[in-house]
Ligand binder design. Sequence first.
Ligand SMILES: [Zn+2]
Length: 163
Amino acid sequence: MHALTEQQLRRSFINCSQGEAKALALPKDFAVLDWAELELLGWRDPKAPLRGYLVLEAPGGPVGVAVRAADTRMSPRKTVMCLLCQSARSGDAVSLFTARRTGAAGRNGDTVGTYMCADLGCAHRVRTEIPPWLQDRDPAEVAAERAAELRQRVHGFVDAVRR
Ligand SMILES: [Zn+2]
């Protein structure tokens, strides 16, 4: 994605108040992010333990979605798939996140949820962690495919938030 300024980033949020968007804590490596390597920017709020954010590029400009992690953790002995980057991880490294929907639905408390990497580091993971069944293929090609799939799934999630 293209680099965003702090202001563009804060203005991109579609499902939280302006006040919340102004107050949210930026990713700690914001100043040195390698934007070109990111399909989306995802991070947990260091000051608000259950909160997280996803920002991606859409045709009309950047779109940010605030998400909330479930306060119960899954067992580390279980293997759970992140539904965004499709990495199989231990249960405690994946969390159910919900996002308040936009508009009237959101005001009525309607949310959409999905399982994501607890650290929201999916964009990094699709390029660095190649699943065993894909390891005999060209790593660059696999990473590009996984990145494209991630982009598609995140857009699907954002569409559900907006619908
Ligand atoms: Zn993931």
